[in-house]
Ligand binder design. Structure first.
Ligand code: PLP
Length: 273
């Protein structure tokens, strides 16, 4: 497979990043996962804007959007994959051991992975750990994902595919790699960014296209919501049919099914909404 590294395409087998890259030694990096549709990147402008916001949050130099676009196009052209995802990784780069960055400058890697089609509905769990809604990294899409790895492993142990977090004040926040929406009395709600959740691109599109309202929701809303769904680049809109021990038979319910339909139609009509 061909990946983009150091300004050009390289063979993934032989491409090398320094063992002193700060993405590896201190988790000093950011990333984007971009869906590909018919061999093209979906919503790339929004992903690049978020990449820049994350870079600024970490004090990394602004990524060069033209280079990232060229890298994505080159990787897609070199590796045709029918159901794929681009992974853009941008790190602090080679530097001394410790937290101070070196002079070398950032590392940019663009690679392509395959994805499988997600089922229309899934099971989720809630976890006892909290998202920090006021941390230095809140809202940034950093490579420091170990907390999500741990929570997702807990979900898998319980036959679920996603784990949902509350924040430190007990409000529903997000999943390890998704945002969450709930239906109450026919109305659609999602936690606000102030809950500490990531500004998901699928979330933003779902809000714009369905008129969902952003509002604080206690975690236990999941025990009484009529419908629950997740959004993410790799799930699009995915219904939830179980939260912990509570079944939600009939998922996707009517509001979720409508959101799925709208999302499929609108995203199919516009590659860069
Ligand atoms: N929240 C977290 C923590 C994520 O990692 C992701 C995506 O990976 C999302 C939400 C969903 O964001 P998006 O719709 O941009 O994929």
């Amino acid at each position: 497979m061909k990946i983009w590294l150091d300004g050009g395409l390289q063979d993934s087998e032989s491409a090398r990043v320094s063992v002193f890259d700060h993405g590896l030694t201190v988790g000093d990096g950011i990333f984007e996962t971009v869906k590909t549709v018919h061999g093209q990147a979906f919503a790339l402008t929004r992903h690049l804007d978020r990449l820049t916001r994350s870079a600024r949050g970490l004090g990394l130099p602004d990524p060069d959007h033209d280079e990232v676009r060229r890298a994505c196009a080159a990787v897609l052209e070199a590796n045709p994959a029918p159901l794929g995802r681009l992974r853009i990784t941008y790190t602090g780069g080679h530097g001394p051991l410790g937290s101070d960055r070196g002079e070398h400058g950032p590392t940019l890697v663009v690679a392509l992975g395959t994805t499988t089609r997600r089922p229309d509905s899934t099971a989720v769990i809630t976890v006892p750990w909290t998202r920090n809604e006021r941390g230095a990294l809140t809202g940034l899409k950093t490579t420091s994902y170990a907390e999500n790895v741990v929570a997702l492993a807990r979900a898998r142990e319980q036959g679920a595919t996603e784990a949902l977090f509350a924040n430190t004040v007990g409000q529903l926040c997000e999943g390890t790699g998704s945002n969450v929406f709930v239906v109450l009395d026919g109305e659609l709600y999602t936690p606000p960014l102030a809950s500490g959740c990531l500004a998901g691109i699928t979330r933003a599109l779902a809000i714009e296209w369905t008129g969902a309202e952003e509002t604080d929701l206690p975690l236990d809303v999941l025990q009484r919501a009529d419908e629950v769904f997740l959004t993410s680049t790799l799930r699009d809109v995915q219904a939830v049919h179980r939260v912990d021990d509570r079944g939600l038979p009939g998922a996707p319910g009517p509001v979720t099914a409508k959101a799925m339909r709208i999302f499929e139609e609108r995203s199919g009509n516009d590659l860069d909404p």
